[in-house]
Design a protein around this ligand. Sequence first.
Ligand code: NCD
Length: 317
Amino acid sequence: MRHLLTTKGLDSDTAITLLDVAEDMADVADREIRKLPTLRGKTVVNLFFEDSTRTRISFEAAAKRLSADVINFSAKGSSVSKGESLKDTAQTLAAIGADGVVIRHPASGAPQVLADSGWIDAGIINAGDGTHEHPTQALLDAFTIRRRLHGKASRGKDLDGVTVTIVGDILHSRVARSNVWLLAGLGADVTLVAPPTLVPADTSGWPARVEFDLDAAVDTQPDVVMMLRIQAERMHGSFFPNSREYSRRWGLDDARFARLGTDSIVMHPGPMNRGLEISSMAADSQQSTVREQVANGVSVRMAALYLLLSGDREGTK
Ligand code: NCD
C-alpha cells in the first residue's frame, strides 16, 4: 500500500490485513514498554488545515509508538489560495525529507491531489478531507465493532451479516461515507437514517439503504447504532427547524436508547453534541464504545503508518 486515501477503493483483504495488524499493535499497548523501533529514522508530518482533537493526537501517539520523528504542522488560518499553499507546503515537506504525511483538509480531494502531484514522494494518509472521506476513522470503527463481537478471536474476521445503522448528518459526514464503503465491503448490512434534508441528493450508488424513521430503525434492534455529529460548521442554511425538533426525531435520547436491546452497541466518532444527537445516558453506557473508539484509533493508525512506511517504499503500490 502506497497511500491511504479512501475506503472506497480498499479491497476487503487489504482492510482485514490492516485490522489484523492493528490487533498486533494493540498487543504492544498492553506491554510494559509500549514502543516499537519499526519507524526509527522516518519522519511523519501531521498537516492539519482543520481543527482536530482525537485524530491529530492519536496519529501523533501512533507515530511516536513506532519511534518515528513527528512534526505537527497546523496550517489553519493560512491566507494563501488553497492550491498554491498546498503545493508550497508539500515542497517544503519534501525538502525536509518527510516520509509520511497525514493530512486533514477542508477541501474534498486534497489528499488525492497531494498523492498525485509529484510535489512530494511521501506516503499520504487522509485524516479527513471536506465531506469526502475519513478512512482511518472507518477502520477504527470496523476494528471496534469486530472486537466487541469477537473479542480476542477477531483476527481474520470480516463483518458478514452485521447490521449497522448510521444516524444523523449524512450529508456533511466524511465518517459516514468512509464507513458505508468499508463496512459494506466487509459484509455488513448498512442502513442510513436522517432527515431528508441531511441525505445527499443521490445515494443510488451507495451500498446502503436510506430511511427517515429512527424509531422504526431502533425497533429492528441493529447490532450497531452509530450516531453522527451535527456538523454546524458545514451548514450554510437551515436543515432542520431547531435542535429540540432534531433530537426529538433523530436523536438517540434516553427513551430510544432504552428500547434498543442490550446487545446493540452505540458508537460516535466524537466530538459529541450531548443532548442533541445523543443523550449522556446512551453515550456513557456500557453499550457505548466512544472511549474504545479513541483507544483503538491509536492501534489502527499505527497499523496504517506501519504498512505505508516500513521498509523500502520504492516499487510499492
Ligand atoms: C470526525 C471528523 O472530523 O470528521 N471526527 C473525528 O475525526 N473523530 C467527525 C466530526 O467532526 O463530527
